[in-house]
Write a protein that binds this ligand. Sequence first.
Ligand code: ADP
Ligand code: MG
Ligand code: ZN
Length: 475
Amino acid sequence: MSKAYEMVIGLEVHVELKTASKIFCACSTEFGQEPNTQVCPVCLGLPGSLPVLNGQVVEYAVTAGLATNCQITSVGKQDRKNYFYPDLPKAYQISQYDQPLCEKGFIEVAGKDGNKKIGITRIHIEEDAGKLVHHPELGTLIDYNRGGVPLIEIVSEPDIRSAQEAKMYLQKLRGILLYTGISDCKMNEGSFRCDVNLSVRKKGESTFGTRTEMKNLNSFNAVTRAIENEFQRQIKLVEAGGSVVQETRRWDQDKNKSFSMRTKEDAHDYRYFPDPDLQPIIIEDDYVKKLQAAMPELPDVKKKRYIESYDLSEYDADQIALDFSIAEFFETAVDCYYQPKLMANLLIAEVIKLVDKEEGLLKISPEAFAQMVELIDSGVINTSIAKKVLDILWEKGGIPLEIVEAYDMKLITDEAMLEPVVKVVIEENPSIIEDYRSGKDKALQSLVGKVMQQTQGKADPVMTLDLIKKIISKK
Ligand code: ADP
Ligand code: MG
Ligand code: ZN
């Protein structure tokens, strides 16, 4: 049934900017402090206080726009978005309505047939709200530390057609923003938050269906599951003759289900109007040029360079280039010892796995990694022993050569050392030798396996096979 339908998705992403102070006052933005210790009359919305825009916020937002191929406006305006909620003491949020800082951008993700562009409608600046804390005995409490922390909202076009594409878009966007250094983009701390707008339509239709908006998605996994779930829910509704209601839904990751929160407001419900306390934001060409010049090499360009100068595969280059810290690690390692292909393979197969397990910490130094690759190249260890070295480096640190010596991991390169082991294995397995003699050429492979086992993988399989043949032919 679901095969007849397609999903249409547009994403809204809120990103907390890494400025030292809030957007309209001098209060600190530091995360995780005592509740209500980072507040002042401005961010508490007390009467008579006036906002003063933090210039760094504009700089960061324009940087985000440039990094996502947006056009930068020359005159930005700030507007009041009116709604009443306890975490918003002014009863309005200062945001941008019809003159956002950035518009008409895109980012590219890998599609079925080459790259696909996902349009970015706009990027605007706004202030974050406070936070409601539900206490079991005391009831609902409010922490205003987050109130006034600067945000950018990145709104995508409804160009996304699957959960996988949504995830790729978000990973790419997060990867790019981390490169620019404007945010730490921590999903678990709420500095990178995503809302999913989703509608369904019959395949081949050209108009969009009615969308719902899902909130509270705080991991890539939650986004993917919420999308699949909402897709099925809407199809069932439509198939049963009903229709989708435009509403905001809250995703519950534990229950694997979304719940209706409220019917969706339209823009006119917010009574937007220009904030009379704030001047227009004038953005000069030179200012934009300066920020463009300071832009670091971004993932797409990096990826191309890796493919061209290191001969990496498209996939490998992508895996490394997307992650700022992995790319930096890789480039330092390549500078220490030039073996980019092998380094890329090991990084992707082994190191990224360890990083994922520990949530982003890279515990091996690129210098140690390079030394280890040098040991592989010079035949002291092989790649399967390298995995063990990496595990030890990760857990305890140290110098690769010393680890290899301390744990007796060097490859056996000397026939004389291998001979006693091979002899014992031959004696213990007379039936395998008989199989071989009766014409089963492959039989000896299992002896090689046994020798590898006995030597913890340090024997050279070719040398081992030769030696077995030599010994049994003498008998
Ligand atoms: P609002 O500010 O009310 O949330 P927007 O016009 O800014 O509304 O759109 C929010 C998001 O919804 C955008 O990412 C947009 O791409 C997406 N969107 C709009 N219409 C649809 C639709 N019919 N189906 C899916 N997504 C949609
Ligand atoms: Mg919205
Ligand atoms: Zn303040």
